[in-house]
Ligand binder design. Structure first.
Ligand SMILES: [Zn+2]
Length: 76
């Protein structure tokens, strides 16, 4: 009887430990993907709108949200 109780406690502790580690891992992963997403956003040099870096039009160190804004900025 006592052995069953000890076994139950060990299993419960093990499950608690595993669940805690899984939760920590998920939180870390969520935080990292959020940071990555935020880091990939750039502001349009013309209108200031934030766009994903992959969609931005790059000219030197500037970024634009669209071809129209790149042209507008270049023409003053
Ligand atoms: Zn723009």
């Amino acid at each position: 009887m006592i052995r069953n109780l000890v076994l139950l406690i060990v299993v419960a502790l093990g499950a608690w430990f595993v669940l805690r580690e899984v939760r920590r891992y998920r939180e870390r992963r969520d935080r990292e993907s959020e940071t990555k997403r935020f880091a990939q956003m750039v502001a349009c040099d013309h209108c200031g709108m934030h766009i994903p870096e992959s969609q931005a039009i790059r000219v030197d160190k500037r970024a634009y949200c669209s071809e129209a804004h790149r042209r507008a900025a270049e023409n003053g």
